[in-house]
Design a protein. Sequence first.
Length: 201
Amino acid sequence: MASNQQGIQVYTQSVEGQDLKNFRAVMTVNAPMQQVVATLMNGDQMPEWFYNVLESKPVTVQVAGHYRYLWIKAPWPASDRDAVVKVNLAQDPKTLQLSIFAAAAPNLLPIHPDRVRIPRMQSGWTVTPLGKSRTQIQLDGNADPGGRIPVIVANIVVSMMPKISMRQLKARVEAGNQTDLAFLKNSAYAKDMLSNVVYPK
């Protein structure tokens, strides 16, 4: 375990042949599942709470699926990174556990001249209802940041990013953010992606 603070457990794992460690962060929040899903799916607001994400916007392309572009601030002296990811989700009909997956699609958009495109990234949220008003949230991730970045710096970020992001996510969902709930209600994207999702009653 890399850290256990404020109810947030962060785990990291070294992988042979891979410079960047894999990570997992787990916490329980006093918020209903729908509020958590609303915040996670409201991707345009992601820079407000996810560590070092400067921009998050939908990508319209002539291929099937839902895609998102992310601009990520890198620690000095490394160049900022960006990523294009395809978003999918699946729900267990018995437990109502919802999994939200994001996988890199690096060739979908032209390379930005001032950013390094992340060539490989897999991340996922697992949202598990523990009742009407309590929810467990798990974040998993692994990536190749691309380009040159000191390994020790990259792995410090791997330890910090989930801890800070989860702490800020916890504050946002427990406050009952209304912007996120409005997005869930009014966004065609959310309605399409979540049309078959069931919440605990």
